[in-house]
Ligand binder design. Structure first.
Ligand SMILES: Nc1ncnc2c1ncn2[C@@H]1O[C@H](COP(=O)(O)OP(=O)(O)OP(=O)(O)O)[C@@H](O)[C@H]1O
Ligand SMILES: [Mg+2]
Length: 370
């Protein structure tokens, strides 16, 4: 997969951008607040139909405009395809070759992207929500059906929570539990499959990054059921249902559902101890770096093609040795990558001879001066 051309209109502070990305590294250099992350956000939306950091699609539309658009032309398996996404106050619309996309599968058609931002670097020490998001993003790439499974689950969860809050009769919300457990099991099963694939890669990758820091272990930690409950999908659904029933009285008291994939965690252990509580900041960042590299290599191996990689100013957040490791990985891995930075020297090693360097000022991209 390769992005051949990118067109951005009225997206964040970018009025117009028409870019021809390099085959390997495209480096966007500019001072703070000029539009570097905005460009990556446009790319991320194009490739996933989900926002990278915005809470609502409307935030993505350039101030004073009604619609924003991102269009990309990809080379994929010997053919070319053009996909585009428009954002407006009502949400987003997806197009394939200029016509409304028939389905998500039709839209994605093999396009995948991995983003790595400074926010990711803190997930090892933060709450479970950040780790679930990181995990789910990896699962969406690997199993596109995960997006719909998550939506179904969220819908069912909202319904149950509403009934709990309204103090509905147990018989009423119990009727929803079975559907909720089934939808939850689909989410958990895909997450488990991904952790099983990616975990060993992350562990290997961490060993190469952080020599002598003790081994990394990744483990899916379900809420409200024991790890022995994590078998196949029907088994997970059964255990979830039992846990929902068991906790119903307490859930009703508190007004929300306390068990299920929305409360699960991805446990990261360093030398057998939770990285969240015991690892240094540098070690925590190395763990995330290992997870990201593992995700990329896992996609390359399982889908037969590497994803597009977006690196948002990560180099300034890593210590020199870890940044050097990342840059060397990028140089050797032959990925198509977009890197943003305020300091071009930090990424020079990855960029190589054939990199395209772009400057950005107030949302306008052009050749780097000097
Ligand atoms: N919807 C929008 N319309 C117009 N401008 C916007 C919109 N949303 C954000 N901006 C502007 O985009 C700019 C920030 O862009 P961005 O986050 O890409 O900066 P950056 O180059 O990544 O900076 P940093 O180096 O600090 O991360 C801000 O000036 C902000 O006001
Ligand atoms: Mg930024």
């Amino acid at each position: 997969m390769r992005l051949l051309a990118l067109e951005v209109r009225n997206f964040r502070n970018i009025e117009t951008a028409d870019l021809l990305p390099a085959e390997r590294a495209t480096v966007v250099v500019g001072p703070n607040g000029q539009g570097k992350t905005n460009l990556l956000e446009a790319l991320y939306l194009l490739a996933t139909l989900r926002p990278l950091r915005a809470a609502r699609y409307a935030e993505l539309v350039r101030f004073g405009e009604r619609r924003g658009r991102v269009r990309g032309r990809f080379a994929l398996g010997g053919a070319e395809r053009e996909i585009s996404v428009e954002v407006h106050t009502g949400g987003r619309e997806a197009f394939v070759d200029g016509k409304p996309a028939k389905s998500l599968t039709d839209y994605f058609g093999g396009v995948s992207v991995v983003a790595f931002t400074p926010d990711d670097l803190s997930v090892a020490k933060g709450g479970p929500e950040g780790r679930r998001r990181l995990l789910d993003r990896a699962v969406f790439n690997r199993f596109p059906g995960h997006l719909e499974a998550c939506r179904d689950y969220q819908r069912a969860l909202k319904q149950r929570n509403r009934l709990l809050k309204e103090r509905a009769a147990p018989a009423l919300f119990e009727a929803f539990d079975e559907a909720l457990a089934r939808a939850g099991a689909r989410v958990v099963a895909r997450r488990l499959a991904l952790v099983a694939e990616m975990g060993p890669r992350a562990e290997g990758s961490f060993e190469a990054i952080a020599v002598g820091d003790g081994g990394l272990q990744t483990r899916y930690a379900p809420s409200g059921v024991g790890p022995e409950a994590l078998g196949g999908e029907p088994q997970i659904a059964g255990e979830l249902l039992a846990a929902l029933r068991r906790r119903a009285p307490r859930d009703q008291e508190r007004g929300f559902t306390s068990v299920g994939p929305h409360a699960d965690d991805l446990e990261l252990l360093l030398g057998g101890r939770p990285a969240r509580s015991f690892a240094s900041q540098g070690q925590q960042r190395a763990v995330v770096l290992a997870l990201k590299i593992a995700e990329i290599e896992n996609l390359r191996a399982s889908l037969g093609r590497p994803p597009l990689l977006l690196l948002d100013d990560v180099s300034s957040e890593l210590d020199p040795a870890r940044n050097a490791h990342l840059m060397e990985y990028l140089r050797a891995s032959n990925l198509q990558v977009f890197l943003t930075t305020t300091d071009e020297r930090l990424v020079r090693q990855a960029a190589g001879e054939d990199a395209r360097l772009l400057g950005v000022e107030r949302g306008v991209f052009g050749p780097l001066p000097g």
